[in-house]
Design a protein around this ligand. Structure first.
Ligand code: PEP
Ligand code: MN
Length: 256
């Protein structure tokens, strides 16, 4: 009979706190537009983040879209904008890659590599990131159980990379008032069973802006280490996720 392998993150001695993501210290906010569209857009957001003492800026250079005809992101140009922003504004950048061949360029340009929900089970990508020591934000797949989510993290940590930040971003259910159903029990379970930090993405889970505040309080109560929020200068002009993004003044109001 095969002996079941003990998972690394279940080992109580396993300590995984990416230095850059100080979970003991404070509740972190990762905010920024859905997609990096221009330097001007990113600078407007960066100024608000700095003004509100937020350390992380997000923005997708490669956008995984349901339709191949939708805006796919500006690619390397977007990574270079993020690189400029982090240097100029002393912010830490979070950006998604979809392809294992892009790990190398992401290492050069972003502080935290995001693995999006569609790629939670892209095992080639997970293995490639596992070979690095770079912080990674792993999002839960839209149709994945908590155990599957944890096993995807195991792919990364078993490769040697302990710098994994989990992200609950909602799962698909019959509910359609929200874009997805945020599973707050996932946050509590991951806090209880592992030493991995976990944040909640309130933009992609809710898909709307009106209940962000109370839900933010709920995820905090469950032990979340932070939240991700999409914010841009003018959502009516955004090339992706225009409904759920906060405008700058709405974002400031929530942060306060
Ligand atoms: C994103 O964060 O830009 C994104 C596409 O999110 P998700 O993978 O959760 O859909
Ligand atoms: Mn988005």
């Amino acid at each position: 009979m095969r002996k079941e392998k003990k998972l690394i993150f279940n080992n109580t001695r396993f300590k995984t706190i990416p230095e850059i993501f100080d979970i003991d210290d404070k509740f972190s906010i990762i905010a920024g537009p859905c997609a990096v569209e221009s330097l001007n857009q990113m600078e407007q957001v960066a100024k608000v983040l700095v003004g509100n003492k937020i350390r992380f800026i997000r923005g997708g250079a490669y956008k995984p879209r349901t339709s191949p005809y939708d805006f796919q992101g500006i690619g390397v140009e977007g990574l270079k904008i993020l690189d400029f922003i982090r240097k100029e504004y002393k912010l830490l950048t979070v950006s998604e890659i979809l392809d294992p061949r892009d790990v190398e360029i992401a290492l050069e340009y972003v502080d935290i590599i995001q693995v999006g929900s569609r790629n939670m089970m892209n095992y080639s990508l997970l293995k490639e990131i596992g070979l690095t020591n770079h912080p990674v934000l792993l999002k839960r797949g839209i149709m994945s159980t908590i155990s599957e989510f944890l096993l995807s993290a195991e792919y990364i940590v078993s490769g040697g990379n302990k710098n994994v930040i989990m992200c609950e971003r909602g799962i698909r259910t019959f509910e359609n008032r929200t874009r997805n159903t945020l599973d707050i029990s996932c946050i509590a379970i991951i806090k209880q069973e592992t030493s991995l930090p976990i944040i909640a993405d309130l933009s992609h889970s809710l898909g709307c802006r009106d209940v962000i505040k109370p839900v933010l309080n709920a995820v905090k109560a469950c032990g979340a280490d932070g939240v991700m929020l999409e914010v841009c200068p003018d959502r009516t002009q955004a090339l992706s996720d225009s409904k759920q993004q906060l405008n700058l003044n709405e974002f400031i109001e929530i942060v306060k």
